[in-house]
Design a protein around this ligand. Sequence first.
Ligand code: FES
Length: 106
Amino acid sequence: MSEWQKVCSTGDIPLGEWHQSDVDGTTVVIYNVDGEFFAIEDVCTHDGAILSGCPLEGDEVVCPRHGARFSVKTGEALSAPAWEATATFPIKIENDEIWVQDLRWD
Ligand code: FES
């Protein structure tokens, strides 16, 4: 069973910003949406572009390569040319530290 992994503190991610981290060999990006934190895999399911580094538009991120939109809350692909969701990861916050777990292979 995969373990929770500490990735950063809440203060490291201002409102509307993001933090990229490696979680069990997967590149994960954590977003701060109005004070709530969400973690998705840092990859566009259309053709593998990196999603981090693009500004949030509400709770959506736009792929820099061909413009697909993803919900950072659900990972859902919201527009073409991406059709598959990017992975999401559970988050817990303890003492202002953000922890992420990858349960996909358990
Ligand atoms: S690689 Fe993201 S939309 Fe094409």
